[in-house]
Structure formats: structure tokens, C-alpha cells
Design a protein around this ligand. Structure first.
Ligand code: NDP
Length: 276
């Protein structure tokens, strides 16, 4: 019997770790699967994804820039996907229609709380960025119990849009990017910008860090180094990159597709060791 077909769609996608992560999960539970990285330009995404599923594809991860388009393709949407308005997981239903889910927020919270043992309750959180990933994690940070969430984005209107969508004015506020120096201090700072991936250094004031500040960059590898260096220089208590989030996010998709959640720690440790 041919191996079940899975894929990750993105643009670019060549360096995606998803095929490796899913193969490692599959080995754990002894299933054979084929997991491809499919590079597709935005204008071709809908057609290529629909063909993938029509040809028997079982599930797909979806990343930049296709998450909103993936959401639009689906006939069924999870609550997490609906509130974000974007999907990073597509699953073929028995009816051949697609179901959309968003596991970004779940992945971040599991990495912070389960892997790193952090309790997010009561923290004053700053979310940098208001792109797809920021939308993906914002509600989950609130669900995890942060006391307040300030959203700062280079383009202020996008931060306002996210705050309005969340609709919790008692806990959620925005701050203009240029006013960060006057924003006070935080004990959780989440960098959800793509500045690192784009090779740009963020200029952030050290005054943002409270005395027990935890910093987290959603990106990983070289892209996270600038923010992590800033966090250490500003004396953050702990600072993490988003590699663990990536693995947890993949595990959530794997559980949807295969009915069981894989052990993420060995896979995370192997990827970390390979970073050198
Ligand atoms: P988007 O393109 O949707 O959003 C990019 C965001 O970064 C926008 O808020 C943009 O601001 C901001 N930005 C870009 N350059 C700068 C800059 N020089 N200074 C300040 N802000 C800047 O990307 P995503 O939200 O999808 O992804 C963001 C990051 O999250 C990426 O690095 C991605 O790799 C990572 N990610 C990690 C995941 C994981 O599992 N670990 C999962 C998903 C994403 P503006 O609105 O002004 O343009």
C-alpha cells in the first residue's frame, strides 16, 4: 500500500523542517508517510492545494504566505482558526472537503509552559508584530492567563486591528512602535515580527524588560539571534527561540491526522543538537 501523502505548503519552503519533524513523529508510532515540501506562489496556492487533496493528500501544514488562503479553502474551521482568520493545518475530511485548524498559539503555549516550565499567569506581556504569527498567538497568550497584553507593530493600524478583533479592552492595548521607550516594562516579551528572517535588527529599548522578564522569539536559527542577543544584553531572566514552538505546532497537526500525539522532546533535542 502506498504511504499516506502529507505536505507543507509555503513560499519559500525549501528549508522547512516540517518534513523531517513529521517523519520522526511517524517513526515513533510506526506509520509510513510521505511528507513533501511544496513551494507554490500565492496565485497558484488554491489550485495546487486542491489538486494535492484531490489526488489523495491526507493533510497539509501551511505557512507564509498562504495561511489566510488556506482558511478560505476550508469548509469546516476550528474555533482556533476562526478567531485568527487563518489556518496552518488543512485536513481532508471523509466528504473530500477540507477542515482548517490553527495550532500556532497552542504550539507557543506548550513550548513555554510544558518544555520550559514557565507559568504565564499574571504576566504583563508585550507582543511585537501584528502579522499572521502575532494573530496566531495573541488569543492563546490571553487564554494562558497573562494579566495584560500590549501589541506594538511597526504599522500601527495592524496592531489596532488585532486589538479590536480580540475585543478585550480591559486587558489588551496597543502601543506605537516609536513609543516603546515610554511603554514601561514587561515580564513577557514575544517577538512575532519577521525582522530577523528579513535580516533586520530591531532597535528595542532595554527599559522594556522587567526584573523577571521572559523573552521569546517566534523565529529560530540565525533569524532569532539578534533578538536573543538583545534579550541577554538587557538581562532577561530567560530567552527562547521558536524551535520548540515549531515542533509543538507540528505535533498538534500530527495528532489531528494520526489520532495520537507524538513525543516532541526527542525530536526537539535532535533538531537542537543539529544546530551545532
Ligand atoms: P508576517 O509577514 O505576517 O508579519 C510580519 C510582521 O513583522 C509584521 O507585523 C511586520 O510589521 C513585522 N516586521 C517586519 N519587519 C520589521 C521590522 N524591520 N521592524 C519591525 N517590525 C517588522 O509574518 P508572520 O507573522 O507569519 O511571521 C513572523 C515570524 O514568526 C517569522 O519570523 C516566522 O518565521 C515566525 N513564525 C514562527 C513559527 C514557529 O512555529 N516557530 C510559526 C509562525 C511564524 P508591519 O505590519 O509593519 O509590516
Amino acid at each position: 500500500m502506498a504511504a499516506a501523502q502529507f505536505a507543507v505548503f509555503g513560499h519559500p519552503i525549501a528549508h522547512s523542517l516540517s518534513p523531517r519533524i513529521h517523519q520522526a513523529f511517524a517513526q515513533q508510532i510506526g506509520v509510513a508517510l510521505n511528507f513533501r515540501a511544496i513551494d507554490v506562489a500565492p496565485e497558484a496556492f488554491a489550485v495546487v492545494a486542491q489538486k494535492f487533496f484531490a489526488d489523495g493528500g491526507v493533510g497539509a501544514n501551511v505557512t507564509l504566505p498562504h495561511k489566510v488562503a488556506a482558511y478560505a479553502l476550508a469548509a469546516e474551521r476550528s474555533a482556533a482558526a476562526i478567531r485568527v482568520g487563518a489556518a496552518n493545518v488543512l485536513t481532508r475530511l471523509p466528504t473530500a472537503q477540507l477542515a482548517a485548524h490553527n495550532t500556532d498559539g497552542d504550539g507557543l503555549i506548550r513550548d513555554l509552559t510544558e518544555r520550559h516550565g514557565e507559568d504565564l499567569r499574571g504576566r504583563r506581556a508585550l507582543l511585537l508584530g501584528a502579522g499572521g504569527a502575532a494573530w496566531g498567538v495573541a488569543w492563546s497568550l490571553l487564554d494562558a492567563g497573562v494579566l495584560s497584553l500590549v501589541i506594538a507593530n511597526r504599522t500601527a493600524a495592524r496592531a489596532d486591528q488585532l486589538a479590536v478583533a480580540i475585543g478585550d479592552p480591559a486587558r489588551v492595548h496597543t502601543c506605537h512602535w516609536d513609543d516603546l521607550g515610554h511603554a514601561g516594562s514587561f515580564d513577557l516579551i514575544v517577538n512575532a515580527t519577521s525582522a530577523g528572517v528579513l535580516g533586520t535588527a530591531l532597535q528595542l529599548p532595554f527599559s522594556l524588560l522587567g526584573s523577571r522578564a521572559l523573552c521569546y522569539d517566534l523565529s529560530y536559527g540565525p533569524a532569532a539571534l539578534g533578538f536573543l542577543a538583545w534579550a541577554h544584553a538587557a538581562q532577561a531572566l530567560r530567552a527562547f527561540d521558536g524551535l520548540g514552538m515549531l515542533v509543538e505546532t507540528a505535533a498538534a497537526a500530527f495528532a489531528l491526522w494520526h489520532g495520537q500525539r507524538p513525543a516532541t522532546e526527542p525530536v526537539y533535542q535532535r533538531l537542537r543538537a543539529d544546530e551545532g
